[in-house]
Design a protein around this ligand. Structure first.
Ligand code: GLA
Length: 749
């Protein structure tokens, strides 16, 4: 039964600088100076995709792109072939059940057990800037943000009158960045409950299928290795079903033209602002076109919408580049640095830290830590981070998660004496937490076994001897947060590493009603967001670093809360080339946690020069993860110069444009990259030899991104050349030794 309801207000403004609505043809378009995203409403009210790519200036071009001459443009004229229309047209938000057999965005289960949805255009409105993504009853949905003069937003309200449902499609275009974001708000206006079985965030239809698909895949300690393969017939997808964005696949997918390189060709990047189960797919349809969809994974997902309840999907970020994969990445970097990462540390150089994990693992006490800090302070290190093992009775990874009280046998007298002493050295102090977890051997689990995610009566699967707390339960969140607060208030703690070390199994909650159990996957993620938001609101000065067994939650949603994320537990400088290369597809190096660790490397046993480890960590947040009291005198003596290099170049690396000049996944045996200042006044070029080959001639690496007509002095070689010459002739690398690195600084004169 359908109730009377109000939907979107019809705003008078047909247009503003970024959004235009051509009434006669019912074309809705978003433009900035370089790109256009256009859609059109068919006579029956279907919202169809028209175009996404470089700016289309002429209205006639858009009308041509509409392909209205092509039958069947509209079922109104060809009613008996509505099925052909539904099955072939490019829809903005395709629905299941009414003839579009490709991958849908929306699927429901209504009170009668029916799953079809038929969305028709109802109205649209234009908003200045970018309205915050909100859902009633949810305290925080991470998303990009923009001021009034930075972006324009179009909200199209679609309606299924039969189901009493509206779907508002949010589109924002950034004025100075080639990015469009999308999200959907689904509201139930009927008297009946309805169940959302899938609600994806975006769908974009491409003409043809001559694209390569880039994805970032891996495993623990091997995150975001890049894969690039041509699209093939059928569906190709990546996803996570683990409750986190995952080591295995990042919520990122790009379609690039077959000939696309770093510097040329077309690239479309899609990235989901979400930290839980996601799904991204490219499907070549029967007529050889390509549909890309992305959103929360429909697998094992359902969400009950009672009367007047709403559900808001996570945001999908879509970037277009007409000048290669490099430009796509730089657009993501700018967008995330300026319009996603927030807080005190957003634009600041981060303190050089030393983390005791690889130095001591669980085997430390206050004297050991203080010894490390004392030595570190002398070398110029600015912060000590105490990693896992400081709480409960944690001597190994099999106990105490959930008991966030100081382990007095290790830290006599609590945290404050140690923190005060470290502060007296002129160093900051940081601490590790894993707030979403509980060990079986913990007071918390003994007192509240019902707070773990579980299926009552089933054996609970352990991972690293621990269980996951039910963050859908406000009582659990409140309790954990209380413990965090009392630790944070007990001493001058200026940094938190928030870890998450296992995936979700037996996904059930002891408090959610039966009909809402499948919501736990998503409610868990919303609970994590709520707590991170509380933490960063209550402690605005705090530097938060996310971590999930290394980089299993390296996603844009986490960047909304923390300006940096631990990239991987693999700290080997050579493997890191691949990990950091893949990560840089859409994430800025300012967000990548990167440390110099000891050798042989703990993950792969490789021995690399100390300087190479420094140069690779330099393109990250920079720090050390070793026992500075026990490494060789020679290595120790290199640290002050390494830190000086970090201080000198970090502003350029953190804020500049990144150009990938080598590819560690290729057979080239080297990697190389450079950072160019936004005003083109300086650049830093880094070269890392992977394996050397005997009798190999020197390598020339051509530079990119310099101003062609300005002259640049290379500090290391003394050469002065025009930007054009550096780009044409490059830098000649003569050194031919395994794992060595070199940096070159160029200054415009
Ligand atoms: C995870 C992190 C590591 C370290 C350990 C501690 O694996 O990625 O950096 O903090 O947990 O248990």
């Amino acid at each position: 039964m359908i109730r009377e309801y109000e939907t979107a207000v019809h705003y008078n403004a047909w247009s503003n600088p970024g959004v235009t609505c051509e009434e006669k043809m019912r074309v809705l378009r978003l433009d900035n100076e370089e790109i256009t995203y256009a859609m059109a409403v068919s006579e029956e009210g279907y919202l169809m995709h028209v175009y996404f790519g470089s700016r289309v200036a002429d209205e006639d071009d858009i009308l041509y792109l509409l392909r209205i001459a092509e039958s069947p443009y509209t079922p109104h004229h060809h009613l008996r072939e509505k099925l052909a229309f539904m099955g072939t047209r490019p829809f903005e938000y395709p629905c299941h059940g009414i003839g579009d057999f490709r991958e849908p965005c929306l699927m429901l289960m209504d009170a009668d057990g029916m799953s079809a949805v038929d969305l028709r255009y109802k109205s649209h409105r234009i908003a200045e800037g970018k309205p915050q993504l909100r859902q009633k009853g949810v305290s925080c949905l991470p998303a990009t943000f923009a001021g009034k003069n930075e972006a324009d937003t179009l909200i199209v309200t679609m309606e299924d009158a039969h189901a009493g449902l509206t779907v508002e499609l949010y589109y924002t275009i950034f004025r100075h960045k080639n990015a469009v974001t999308r999200a959907a708000r689904i509201t139930n206006h009927s008297y009946n409950d309805t169940r959302i079985l899938r609600a994806l965030s975006t769908c974009v239809e491409f003409e043809g299928s001559a694209y390569d698909m880039i994805t970032l895949n891996g495993a623990w300690a091997r995150e975001r290795f890049l894969s690039r393969v041509p699209l093939h017939a059928g569906k190709q997808s990546i996803d996570s079903v683990r409750g986190e964005s995952s080591h295995q696949h990042n919520p990122f997918l790009a379609l690039v033209s077959g000939d696309a390189s770093e510097e040329s060709g077309e690239a479309y990047g899609f990235n989901l602002v979400y930290s839980g189960n996601f799904f991204a797919e490219a499907e070549i349809t029967e007529h050889g076109n390509t549909r890309v969809v992305m959103g929360i994974n429909p697998f094992d997902f359902s969400w009950m919408l009672r009367t007047d309840e709403e559900f808001v999907t996570p945001e999908a970020v879509m970037v277009y580049s007409d000048a290669g994969i490099g430009k796509m990445s730089r657009t993501f970097h700018d967008l995330y640095r300026e319009n996603l990462i927030r807080g005190e540390w957003k634009d600041r150089k981060r303190p050089v830290l030393i983390n005791n994990w690889e130095a001591t693992y669980f085997n430390f006490d206050q004297d050991k830590l203080f010894g490390i800090a004392e030595q570190a302070a002398k070398l110029g290190i600015e912060m000590l981070v105490m990693d896992d093992g400081w709480f409960g009775h944690r001597d190994f990874d099999n106990s105490s998660l959930g008991d966030w009280v100081v382990y007095e046998e290790k830290l006599k007298g609590g945290l404050k004496p140690l923190v005060d002493k470290v502060n007296a050295l002129g160093m900051k102090f940081g601490i590790w937490f894993e707030p979403e977890m509980v060990s079986e051997d913990s007071n918390l689990y003994r007192e509240h076994p019902e707070w773990a995610i579980q299926i009552i009566g089933r054996e609970l699967t352990q991972g690293r001897a621990q269980y996951v707390l039910d963050y859908s339960n406000a009582e659990v969140r409140e309790y954990v947060y209380g413990m965090l607060r009392s630790i944070l208030d007990s001493a001058n703690i200026e940094y938190v590493k928030w870890d998450m070390n296992r995936q979700l199994t037996e996904v059930g909650s002891t408090t959610l009603p039966r009909k809402r159990q499948r919501e736990l996957w998503h409610r868990y993620v919303l609970g994590v967001y709520e707590l991170m938001n509380r933490l960063t609101t209550d402690y605005p000065q705090l530097l938060l670093e996310n971590c999930s067994g290394g980089g299993a939650r390296f996603d844009p949603a986490m960047l909304y809360f923390s300006p940096q994320i631990w990239t991987s537990d693999d700290t080997d400088a050579i493997e890191r080339l691949k990990i950091q290369y893949g990560t840089s597809m859409c994430y800025p190096v300012s967000a990548m946690g990167a440390h110099v660790s000891d050798c042989p490397n703990h993950a792969v046993g490789r021995v690399t020069p100390f300087d190479t480890r420094g140069d690779v960590a330099l393109v990250g947040t920079f720090g050390y993860e070793l026992d500075v009291t026990r490494i060789s005198e020679e290595d120790r003596n290199r640290i002050p110069a390494q830190i000086a290099k970090f201080h000198r170049f970090n502003p350029l690396v953190r804020t500049g444009d990144q150009y990938r000049l080598g590819n560690p996944f290729s057979d080239d045996c080297y990697d190389a990259w450079m950072f160019v200042a936004k005003d083109k006044s300086e650049a830093l070029f880094t070269f890392v030899r992977i394996l050397a080959t005997a009798n190999m001639p020197s390598i020339t690496v051509k530079l990119h991104g310099l101003a062609p007509d300005r002259r640049y002095l290379c500090e290391e070689t003394g050469q002065v050349l025009s930007g054009k010459a550096w780009e044409k002739c490059g830098i000649i690398i003569g050194v031919n030794r395994d794992f060595t690195s070199q940096t070159f600084y160029l200054k415009a004169i």
